[in-house]
Write a protein that binds this ligand. Structure first.
Ligand code: CTP
Length: 396
């Protein structure tokens, strides 16, 4: 833990972890110990607590702790800690642990709003997330003084849930040697040089699919259409804009792939003609008519072009249904129409899905089986999808 007033809330996180049977070593910064002292951490973790690399140097704890951990969690992560973690500065035991950890790392930030919103901190968070570090969004609300805004430590319950998520998806290598192509984001079909018709898709689910595939050992190509989020580290990135560009990239990439996942929201229609210069209000009628023509169905095309059982092909469907049984019926119809092996269906009518951190899906398989994944992080949904893919690969 780093030195912030929210260190006292880390006590609750520590209790939650030890009560559920986890073996926890507490590594505070010197500043953290000014807020909550060694005695509290030692009593609750049942272990000696050190903050410098100079204690027990013969045990080389600064390397061993990071190497042997299943998960490193920093609660609270201050602006200073985020900066040091981003740049690999390792002046104390905690930052040494961060530098030697090869396991998942979770940072739960807490700081004043100005510090959180400062471009330096935001840039650090982007960099960390790009490297696969999980940086939770701070909560908004009352801060230490009279001020309020984003910067509150996420609730201990939320931190414990995020920890459970990460431990569940402890990297396994069940996609090792597999080549995977994931499309993500939403295509944009230009009307003129400044306007387009687009889809509401942040690309987060597709990015989580790519990130988790990397952590499970796959070699991953991410075909990215206008992402709102940073692509993960460790993928081959192919950037596209329109449905036609996405189509060309997917056809090229799919030929050598073991698995293809179409998580992108592809425009079904594009303007028939694209104006070479900006359409001006003065030179148009009160009504502007745009003729739309259908784009290629990339997913159906990939299924048709497949000759043997490879690649495994996964489609996504965002639907608005009145209830669960209608959602299932729509999903089954679409799976049959598209002919893919798996269709991941989510209901975008009743819950916030676009841009959200969580998702709730049904995975329909062409053999008729249905797997329901109740609401969870998009990373955990991605892992559920890969579990289904791995089962199919094993049967082929
Ligand atoms: N898809 C695609 N090419 C398109 C449209 C969709 O490959 N031109 C893919 C999406 O990436 C997704 C799946 O098909 O994996 C389902 O997308 P969806 O838009 O739900 O399918 P549509 O056939 O367009 O059905 P609807 O009429 O419900 O929009």
């Amino acid at each position: 833990m780093a030195g912030g007033i929210a260190a006292y809330k880390a006590v609750e996180v520590l209790r939650g972890l030890t009560e559920s049977g986890h073996d926890v070593t507490v590594v505070p910064t010197a500043a953290a110990l000014r807020f909550v002292g060694t005695a509290t951490w030692e009593a609750l973790s049942g272990k000696a607590v050190h903050d410098t690399v100079w204690d027990q140097a013969q045990l080389v704890a600064h390397v061993r702790l990071g190497q042997q951990a299943d998960l490193v969690v920093v609660v609270p992560a201050t602006a200073d800690l985020l900066a040091r973690a981003t740049h690999g500065v390792a002046g104390d035991l905690l930052t040494n642990v961060l530098l030697t950890a090869r396991c998942p790392v979770l940072l739960a930030p807490a700081m004043h709003t100005e510090m959180w919103l400062h471009p330096a901190t935001q840039r650090n968070v982007l960099d960390l997330r790009g490297r696969g570090v999980v940086v939770l969004e701070p909560g908004a609300g009352r801060l230490t003084g009279a001020d309020s805004g984003p910067g509150r430590l996420p609730e201990p319950r939320q931190i414990l849930e995020a920890i459970a998520d990460l431990l569940r998806r402890r990297p396994s290598n069940d996609l090792a040697g597999r080549s995977v192509v994931v499309s993500a984001g939403g295509t944009r079909e230009p009307l003129d040089p400044v306007r387009f018709i687009g889809n509401n898709s942040s690309g987060r689910q597709g990015v989580e699919l790519a990130r988790t595939a990397v952590s499970r050992g796959a070699s991953v190509t991410l075909v990215a259409a206008n992402l709102d989020v940073d692509p993960p580290a460790g993928v081959t990135l192919v950037r596209v804009g329109t449905a036609a560009e996405l189509h060309a990239a997917m056809v090229e990439q799919a030929s050598a792939a073991d698995v293809v996942v179409m998580a992108a929201a592809v425009a079904d229609f594009r303007p028939d003609a694209q104006a070479g210069s900006k359409i001006k209000k003065e030179s148009a009628e009160a009504t502007l008519r745009i003729e739309l023509v259908q784009t290629v169905d990339v997913l159906a095309g990939l299924v048709r072009a497949r000759t043997g059982v490879r690649p495994v092909i996964v489609g996504f469907a965002a639907e608005t249904a009145a209830d669960a049984s209608e959602l299932l019926a729509i999903g089954r119809g679409k799976l049959a129409r598209k002919g893919c092996d798996l269709l991941v269906v989510n209901d975008v009518g009743r819950a916030v899905v676009f841009g959200a951190a969580d998702n709730e899906v049904l995975i329909l398989a062409s053999d008729g089986s249905v797997t329901q994944l109740p609401r969870r992080s998009k990373a955990a949904v991605a892992d559920g999808c890969w579990d289904a893919v791995v089962r199919l690969l094993a049967d082929r």
